[in-house]
Ligand binder design. Structure first.
Ligand SMILES: C[S@@+](CC[C@H](N)C(=O)[O-])C[C@H]1O[C@@H](n2cnc3c(N)ncnc32)[C@H](O)[C@@H]1O
Length: 261
């Protein structure tokens, strides 16, 4: 679903937390010295930077559909090639050793994902790796609260498309069944992160950079403010403060590493 451009600065307010799964995914790759890597949905270059440090000898490029994100990535890593482009039409000219993607495919429409995964894996040479991580938080209180506020406010009709568009990510079983015929090996796992944030407002700030965007993008600035206030009230009810007044944002993430047969 097309929306307004990303806001790289808002996204990077939680850079450390958002970048942690980049390293956790890297730790499971069955590769020692890949020569060519593409960071698909590279965002502001935070994931690309980790790839550069981990594989300093590799030729690494980045692709993202957001001009704001690509501008930040180019500033951050001026020696690398970054391209503005859409994953749905991305084709590599020659196979790379690693097609890497952190926190991107949840933004690709549900019905297109499997087709994209299949095409990417098929474009790899035997032994080539396709690896991704996505948040798997559709049923977390933070996301249930978004849907409830969207459904119950005066904006319900305007937001109907957003609420019906969003679904849980494909299950590990669905991913395995579809992709295994193309692969010699598939490794799938979940990690639950428990992010300790300052207060409930911090949860709002976190999702304003990601999951709340499709809702807010559809609203006037007046309604954006009312929606955000209602959302904060819900979040306050759903997340009990910790002993020191902070809050714990539970954040499940799904990882997949596939090796081309
Ligand atoms: C949550 S950010 C992830 C950024 C970075 N990879 C990281 O590890 O933090 C998601 C990125 O995916 C990009 N994106 C979403 N849909 C895309 C598509 N269809 N094609 C290319 N990039 C896309 C967005 O522009 C955004 O920069």
């Amino acid at each position: 679903m097309a929306g307004k451009d990303w806001d790289a600065a808002q996204y990077l307010k939680f850079e450390a937390e958002r970048t942690r799964p980049v390293r956790d995914l890297l730790a499971q790759l069955p590769l020692t010295s890949p020569k060519r890597i593409v960071d698909l949905g590279c965002g502001p270059g935070n994931s690309t930077e980790v790839l550069v440090k981990h594989f300093p000898q590799a030729h690494i490029t980045g692709l993202d559909s957001s001009p704001d994100m690509i501008e930040k990535a180019r500033k951050r890593l001026p020696d690398l090639d970054f391209t503005i482009g859409d994953l749905s039409s991305f084709e590599q000219k020659e196979p790379s050793d690693l097609l890497y993607s952190n926190a991107v495919y949840q933004w690709v429409p549900y019905d297109q994902r499997m087709q994209i995964f299949t095409r990417l894996i098929q474009s790899q040479a035997p032994g080539g790796v396709f690896a991704f991580q996505v948040p798997d938080n559709f049923n977390e209180p933070s996301h249930e609260a978004m849907r409830a506020v969207a459904d119950e406010g005066p904006w319900a009709e305007d937001l109907r498309r957003v609420t019906t568009f969003r679904k849980a990510f494909q299950s590990p079983q669905e991913l395995y069944d579809k992709l295994k015929p193309l692969c010699s090996e598939i490794n799938i796992w979940h990690t639950y992160y428990y992010h300790i944030l300052e207060d409930h407002q911090a949860i709002v700030e976190w999702v304003k950079g990601t999951g709340l965007r499709p809702y807010l993008d559809q609203l006037s600035s007046f309604d954006q403010e009312s929606f955000t206030k209602e959302y904060l009230k819900r979040v306050e009810k759903s997340y009990r403060p910790l002993v020191d007044g902070k809050v714990c944002l539970r954040y499940p993430r799904l990882f997949l590493v596939a090796v081309r047969a």
